[in-house]
Structure formats: C-alpha cells, structure tokens
Ligand binder design. Structure first.
Ligand code: M6R
Length: 609
C-alpha cells in the first residue's frame, strides 16, 4: 500500500524515480510525487492520478538533481488530491518525506504541533512526521528522525531528505517493507525489489525498529536507539524481464498465461516419482512435530483466502486433518483456541498483508507450529513463521491475483500430500495418482489457454451485465468465490460466489433473466447435485454458463453455454476451472475499457489494517 522510491548517486534522479514509481504503481495509484535535490532547495512535483499525470507535470515544469525520493499513494487519511500527495514537507520546505503506512493518534500530535506554531497544509497523517522532525532538527537529520520516532505510533516506512543536512536519505521502518538497493557508487531505496532489478540484485531488507542513513559513500544501519547494526546483503534472483508485459496487452493476461510455468516451478524438486513421494524437508518443520498435528488453521485474505479454502479440501481429503480457514482480519480479534498440536498456516502472496501478519503475531502466544505459504522469501510473514513453503510464481504485477492463486493451490496440494505421507493417512497408490495428475496439470492448462477465442466471444456478450452469480460445490465452491472476486475487482460488475447447494436457501430469489449464472460443473462426486441446482435456475428463466469437462456431452442441452476444460481427477479440478473464470473476468473488463491491471480503489499489497 503506497510505494516509496529513492536514489542517491551520480545520475539524474528524475527518470530513476519515475521508472521506479511505475514499477511500484500497483501498490497504489491515486496520486504521486517526487522531491529532488540539486544545488539549491528541495524541489517537489506532485500530481493527482497516476504516474503518467506526474510525468506530464514534469514535462511542463522540469526538475533535476542527483538524489531524491518519490511516492505513489493509496489514500488512507485525506482524499486523493495534489495537496495530499507525497512528498510532504515541514513549515520551511527544508525537510521532505515520503511515508507508507498509518500514523496512529496523529490528530493528537497535529494538535500539539499546531499549538507550538507548526503550519499544516494537508489532511494527511504523514505531515505530522515532517513537522516532528523539524521540531527536533538541529544539525543532523538522522538524530532528528530518531527523536521524532520516539513520538510515533503505528506502521510506517519513511524516507526523509533535508536541504539543511544534504546528500543523504534517512530511511526508517516500523511495519511496511522497505529495502536498500546497493549499486556501484549509487544506492536505491524501494518498497519492493521490482524497481531495483534493472540496477542491482544486492539488497538489504530493513527490519522493524531499524534505520538506514544512505549517503554517497555508503550506508550506515542502526536501530532506533542509535546502536549500529551489521546487516546481511541478500541477492535477488528475479530478472527484469519478469516484470515486463512481454507483448501481452495487460500484466493480468500475461500472468494468466504464465500459470503452467508457475505450477511446474512450484512442483520442481518437490516430487519424487521413484519414491512416489512429496519432498518438503525444505520447509524446515521437524517431521515429528508434523506427525503430531491434529488441526490446521489457515489465515489469509482475499484471493489467498480462496486458495486456502481449496487447500482445506486438499488437506482434509488427503491427510484427514480438520482444517479451518479464517479471514485474518477477523481471526486476529478472536479467542484463539490453539495448542501445540495445531499448525497455523499463513497464506499470502506478498507476505506483507497487515491483517495476516497481525493475526499471526497475535496468536503466537499460544505457541502453535507456524508455516508461511508465500511468494516473497524476504517478506515479513515468511520471516516470522517457523516454516516456509515458497510459491515460485515470480513477481505478480496485476493487482488481481491470478498466477499466485494457482501457485498457492499447488503449494497447498503439496502440503496436503506431505502431511498425508507423514501421518500415514494416505496409501502409496493414492499418493502416486495425485502426484502424476499434478504433473499433468500444466499441459491441461496449456490446452485451455490455446483456445480462448470462444471464451472471449462469450465474455463480450456480458459487458453490460450488472450482476453475476457464481456457483460451485465441494472443492469448486472456493473457485466460485474466486471467479466472482475476479469479476468484481476488475470489471466492477457485482458478482456473488455461492455454494450451489445453498441457492435454495435464499439467493434463488435473485434469479431472473437479468441474473446470469456461472455454474462450475466438473464430473465429480456431486455432479448430479450440481445439475439439479442448474435445473432449478433454468426453471426460473436464468441464463446458465457451465464450466464442464470436454467429455461431458449431456450438459450441452441443459445450459445456455458451456466452457470446456480437460477431464482431471475431481479433487484437482480447481486448477482447471479457475483458468476460464480468470479469462472470463479479464475479457469482460478489457472490453468494458476498465483499467485491468490497476482497478480503482485497490492496491496489490494491503499493508494497512
Ligand atoms: O498478498 P496477499 O496474498 O496477502 O494479499 C491478499 C489480498 O489482498 C489479495 O489476494 C487481494 O484480494 C487481490 N486483489 C486479489 O486479486
């Protein structure tokens, strides 16, 4: 949520900041700004709207310099406007900051600082930080920042520059992620690694309570009390091409098409066909602790929640362990009924989702075994759990999660097999049949992706729809939720995901010829029940599209349109049913001219509560 960028070196800082902000734009895009320093005072340029608007402003009103900071905003306090866009400054304009996060009780600080004579220009919580630093500034910027930190509560990653203590960027972290990139005689700061890949792969991740002072000669790390720290340099193995569109119109479409690769990568090295086993020693949890697991609680939000629900069906079916999937934002305020035989799994693409992280931290008092299923190894969630099962999806830029959803399902299926192996609830032949089918999934998805014209044509019929119902049962109930979420977030069409069997208990009242239904109907153990649900809708003049196996000939006569997928072991059908639903949402949204990769009001990584 909000992206921070910064550079100090010999080059013109402006294009570096702008390119960096574009790579961070998925984190928030309601306004953006930069502040740069040359020989004179700090120069700020800000704009309401996307980075492209800021670029237009810079064309009219050029600035240059060889260090500076930038920000792309997702509004929390104060509406999106140029005035509320970062960077923010103190009364004099000598101290300028960018901030990601939320300052709690900022109104108390604002009142106090106003009483002391500080003049506020914005509605943001952020501005109090600039005035606090001003209050404590004598000669040294980091000292003033350190003193200001003592008065701040909440979550913040803040970068500060000052024309009164030049040629340095001071960076602090207490919550949201922030990284220092180490180049050759140049340094970068960023909210994530994406903007840095073009310049360096050597990075330092700040932890909470840490500060970095970045100067031309090098970087000094310390904690908030001033104690110097020696930090580990991490090497990032993502490459810059991974964050390009590679000829696709949108990142989302590219990422949907990447799913076969993502599943292969997430399976790679984790399956032994000879032994008919899953190899997950890498997750770092002792097998004897795993053997004692009697209950699994999965914490997640959004699409990760839906993938976790699929994981519930996998684990209960294969390992025979009861699984509760909880919205992290709700669970964190509950009475945690957990013991040492509970495994808590935090599922998060970014590893920085504030609700998931907070729930994880809160429940640790009960000392359960913890595991992260995560796409970013260096993220807070990945670092704060005892075990880590990485999804190897690579960077996901589209705000709507697609390839990471498939990667999460893959990781959770591997986990289910691993648990089943260790607690011996699954016989070898069953395990082997799942493993073999898992390996066939990428090819089956490729076959869906090789014939999308019909799907695109069908989707375009619904560009004026106002509502949509998504129905699924058993392992495909979560796919109904995910299909509806994708449509809502990128096309802004209202959609509901529902377990088909629940229809008759209320939602059936919604059915008429203006309420199309997407019914997920693979030939599984409850196929006949789904067909009955479809008949109930047809009897009430509802339009029904079914997602069905290629060899299911009987369904044709019972629905208005069929989207075909290859046949697959029913428990694994969510891997296939999800793909046409992603594409369906994509084609509708693209045809409506929606901003597919950056839907309104959203941000990719929700680092505030
Ligand atoms: O990074 P996380 O997986 O923890 O993010 C969770 C949700 O914010 C995320 O899945 C969100 O729902 C996406 N916009 C879904 O497309």
């Amino acid at each position: 949520m909000c992206g921070i960028i910064g550079y100090i070196g010999k080059k013109n800082v402006v294009p570096i900041l702008i390119e960096g902000l574009k790579k961070l734009e998925y984190r928030g895009y309601d306004s953006a700004g930069i502040a740069v320093v040359d020989d004179g005072p700090i120069l700020r340029r800000r704009a309401k709207g996307k980075i492209s608007v800021l670029e237009d402003v810079l064309k009219q009103d050029e600035v240059k310099g060889n260090y500076g900071i930038g920000h792309t905003r997702w509004a929390t306090h104060g509406r999106p406007s140029e005035e509320n866009a970062h960077p923010h400054q103190d009364c004099t304009g000598d101290i300028v900051i960018v901030h990601n996060g939320i300052i709690e009780k900022y109104m108390d600080l604002k009142t106090q600082l106003s009483f002391e004579g500080h003049k506020f220009q914005t509605e943001t919580d952020t501005e109090v930080i600039a005035h606090l630093i001003e209050k404590y500034f004598q000669e040294n910027l980091e000292e003033a920042v350190r003193q200001a930190m003592e008065h701040l509560e909440g979550e913040f990653a803040v970068a500060v520059i000052s024309s009164r203590d030049r040629d340095k960027i001071v960076l602090v972290k207490q919550g949201p992620p922030v990284i220092v990139g180490l180049g050759e005689n140049e340094y970068f700061i960023s909210s994530d690694v994406n903007p840095l890949l073009l310049y360096t792969k050597d990075v330092v991740f700040l932890n909470d309570g840490e500060m970095a002072v970045i100067e031309r000669e090098g970087v000094t790390y310390s904690d908030f009390s001033g104690k110097l720290l020696k930090k580990k340099i991490d090497h990032i193995n993502w490459n810059p091409l991974m964050i390009e569109k590679s000829g696709f119109k949108h990142f989302m479409l590219k990422e949907i098409f990447e799913q076969p690769r993502v599943i292969r990568d997430t399976l790679k090295g984790r399956i032994s066909m000879d032994k008919g086993k899953v190899l997950l020693g890498e997750i770092g949890l002792p097998p004897e602790r795993i053997k004692s697991i009697r209950r699994v609680v999965i914490l997640a939000c959004g699409t990760s929640f839906n993938a976790s629900l699929v994981g519930k069906y996998f684990i209960e079916e294969i390992a025979g362990i009861p699984v509760d999937v909880e919205y992290a934002s709700e669970y964190r305020y509950r009475n945690f009924i957990l013991d040492k035989n509970s495994l808590v799994v935090a599922v998060s693409q970014s590893g920085e989702t504030a609700d998931t992280l907070a729930a994880l931290r809160a429940l640790k008092v009960k000392k359960p075994l913890t595991l992260a299923v995560c796409n970013v190894e260096s993220s807070s969630i990945a670092r704060e759990t005892a075990g880590l099962l990485m999804t190897h999806a690579g960077p996901e830029i589209g705000v709507a999660a697609t390839k990471t959803f498939s990667a999460q399902m893959t990781a959770l299926m591997l986990l289910a097999l691993y648990l089943g192996q260790i607690n011996e609830s699954m016989d070898k032949d069953t395990g082997l049949s799942y493993i073999k089918e898992l390996q066939r999934i990428p090819t089956k998805i490729e076959s869906i992706l090789s014939q999308t014209e019909g799907l695109e044509k069908l989707a375009k019929k619904f560009i004026s729809a106002s509502h949509f119902l998504y129905l699924g049962r058993w392992a495909n109930y979560p796919i109904a939720l995910e299909g509806a979420l994708k449509l809502k977030e990128i096309s802004y069409i209202h959609a509901e995901g529902y377990p088909s069997g629940e229809m008759k208990h209320g939602p059936i009242a919604l059915i008429d010829d203006n309420m199309p239904t997407m019914a997920i109907a693979p030939k599984d153990r409850i196929y006949e029940k789904i067909m009955s649900n479809i008949s109930e809708i047809k009897a009430r003049s509802g339009y029904v599209i079914a997602v069905a196996y290629e060899d299911d000939k009987e369904i044709e006569a019972k629905v208005d349109a069929v989207i075909r997928i290859p046949a697959i072991l029913p428990l694994l059908s969510p891997f296939l049913t999800t793909v046409p639903l992603q594409l369906f949402a994509y084609y509708i949204a693209a045809a409506r001219g929606a901003d597919v990769d950056q839907p309104r009001n959203l941000a990719k990584s929700v680092t505030v509560e």
